[in-house]
Design a protein around this ligand. Structure first.
Ligand SMILES: Cc1cc2nc3c(=O)[nH]c(=O)nc-3n(C[C@H](O)[C@H](O)[C@H](O)COP(=O)(O)OP(=O)(O)OC[C@H]3O[C@@H](n4cnc5c(N)ncnc54)[C@H](O)[C@@H]3O)c2cc1C
Length: 525
């Protein structure tokens, strides 16, 4: 069973054919996945003179000292074959006039290596091709409108998934058994108030794996995209980095290019540096804007998604600077997996954003996440296929909708969810410190204490707790994790972090006992 119907889940299912696979899709099949929204494209060292070794070196540099080098190298080496797979599924990557694949450059890549589709529509095109390929594959059954809430274990091995129809917390759940279970549930952006991720990206995969005993790695590393479009939409539309690559400038309300004083590469500095600078401008009241006027009349053709999002909000990006804000965008951390996608729990694999393979370290290199999804999707499928005997294929692909998906987003406790999301943005966001992280852990504990059976919220709280506890333990700044009280990297922390849910609970308990003790001391004084 593959839980999640984004790029990682669908690619795994296709690679498992003709083995019978059930894919669980939370939203309607082909919707509700970050993969759909990927704008820039997918990285692969395919241009003349480029090599997988150079791609891996850029990945390792971006990851700020804690990338698993072997993993980065195997990912870069397997990119060519996986791109060939995507082409064979019908992905219409842009080509140059001679018919060769066209490759763009993105920040922190030393070469042109981003495959793209019609400007900024790569994700949609890739997902369209894959959903069509799945429809043509009779060994795959898709169940729509189901959310995984928990894993079922028997003698230490995962043997089923508890699924709830729709998103209503009080709906009856049921268990679907499976011999091998792959979590491909994507990211956790929705536990933050400001995010680019779709509503389904609530980090539930991390939570249910952690509850089953899985080790969670690098949870503290959340990448904030510096330029989400600040027009009050949830999720916030993205102004892709490629805009700055093409000449768009970051200015404040006074029209000052604030990045010039902060980094030699100004607007093209590392994503985390730009995110913190934008955050500072917004928090100081000066505001931050992306000025796309230097792109001229080519903007709507090259960036149709961004242009449409601005126009829908009454902005003309060819005339008005776009208001921007940093937003939770990508979770480098997740379920610890080995090079075949196996988690630390028997019978459980993970791939895509929900997994932590070690490829991204403290900061993901742009366009490496789609690549990671397909490289490890294929590896998971290979590992499962190696220990399985094929069953007879079915006559036709089945897509079954088990519950009305229209009411998916009803929550039994929207107030608590809002509190959690605001707390994560304010206290565990672009800039954190010990005090803010302890405040967040106390808020999470309080919300856990008030839970009234909302399993979805319970899962969000577990993932939030893992991220916050890991951030508290890492007393340094590295990559996307910036601590105001420890602003520099510290060699003693130049390694990945590993955390179980029991350990995160113990950290949260310690924090609340320390707070209670200091409260008592203050009272008696
Ligand atoms: C706006 C935006 C632009 C991006 N641009 C790029 C880019 O240009 N290049 C790049 O490499 N990366 C980009 N990324 C990141 C990249 O899109 C994601 O990391 C990647 O698509 C993750 O794929 P996935 O299959 O792991 O997750 P997703 O595509 O998010 O799929 C997860 C699936 O799991 C389902 N799901 C979630 N929870 C549950 C549950 N409890 N039960 C059942 N199902 C569940 C979801 O509905 C979905 O079907 C971008 C991300 C965003 C948000």
């Amino acid at each position: 069973m593959v839980v999640g119907a984004g790029l990682a889940g669908l690619f795994t299912a296709l690679k498992l054919a003709p083995l019978p696979v059930t894919v669980i899709s939370a939203a309607r099949f082909g919707e509700g996945a970050s993969s759909l929204w990927a704008q820039a494209g997918i990285a692969a060292a395919l241009s003349e003179g480029d090599t997988p070794e150079a791609h891996a070196a850029d990945t390792i540099r971006a990851g700020d000292g804690i990338v698993e080098e072997k993993i980065a190298l195997l990912m870069a080496r397997e990119a060519r074959e996986r791109i060939e797979d995507l082409l064979s599924y019908g992905v219409p990557f842009d080509k140059d006039l001679e018919g060769h694949l066209a490759l763009n450059r993105e920040a922190a890549h030393g070469r042109n290596r981003i495959l793209h589709v019609k400007g900024d529509t790569a994700g949609r095109a890739i997902m369209h091709a894959l959903t069509e390929a799945v429809r043509r594959t009779p060994s795959i059954t898709v169940l729509e409108g189901l959310f995984a809430r928990d894993l079922v274990l028997h003698e230490g091995r995962v043997c089923g998934v508890e699924l709830a129809p729709g998103d209503k917390s009080l709906a009856r759940s049921f268990v679907l058994p499976a011999n091998a279970i792959v979590l491909a549930t994507g990211g956790a952006g929705q536990i933050y108030a400001v995010t680019t991720n779709p509503r389904e990206a609530r980090g539930e995969g991390v939570a249910i794996a952690a509850r089953a005993g899985a080790v969670i790695a690098d949870a503290e590393f959340v990448q904030f995209h510096p330029t989400a479009i600040d027009i009050g939409r949830d999720p916030a539309p993205l102004a892709t980095e490629a805009l700055r690559g093409e000449g768009a400038l970051l200015i404040n309300a006074q029209g000052e290019r604030f990045m010039r004083a902060i980094h030699d590469d100004a607007e093209l500095g590392p994503r985390d540096v730009v995110a913190r600078a934008v955050y500072d401008e917004v928090m100081s009241g000066r505001g931050a804007f992306l000025d796309c006027r230097p792109l001229g009349a080519s903007l709507p053709e090259h960036f149709p998604t961004v242009t449409a999002a601005c126009r829908a909000a009454g902005l003309d990006p060819m005339r008005d600077p776009i208001p921007v804000v940093p937003a939770a965008h990508y979770h480098m951390g997740g379920i610890l997996t080995d090079s075949t996608g196996r988690s630390t729990v028997n019978g459980l694999w993970a791939c895509g954003e929900v997994a932590s393979t070690g490829a991204h370290g403290a900061n993901r290199l742009a366009s490496n996440s789609l690549l990671e999804a397909v490289v490890f999707g294929a590896r998971v499928a290979g590992d499962i296929a190696a220990c399985w005997r094929p069953a007879a294929p079915q006559a036709a692909t089945q897509i079954t909708q088990l519950s009305p998906v229209e009411n998916m987003m009803a929550s039994s406790d929207e107030r608590a969810e809002r509190t959690l999301r605001l707390t994560m943005t304010q206290e565990v966001g672009v800039i954190r410190d010990g005090a803010s992280l302890r405040t967040a852990l106390a808020t999470i504990a309080g919300l856990e204490g008030e839970l009234a059976g909302d399993r979805r919220l319970a899962n969000m709280l577990v993932t939030a707790k893992l991220i916050t506890a890991a951030a508290l333990v890492r007393q340094e700044s590295r990559g996307a994790h910036f601590r105001r009280d420890y602003p520099l990297p510290d060699e003693r922390f130049a390694r990945r972090s590993y955390l179980t849910l029991d350990q995160a609970d113990a950290i949260a308990r310690e924090v609340s006992e320390a707070a209670a003790a200091s409260g008592r001391a203050a009272l008696s004084a």
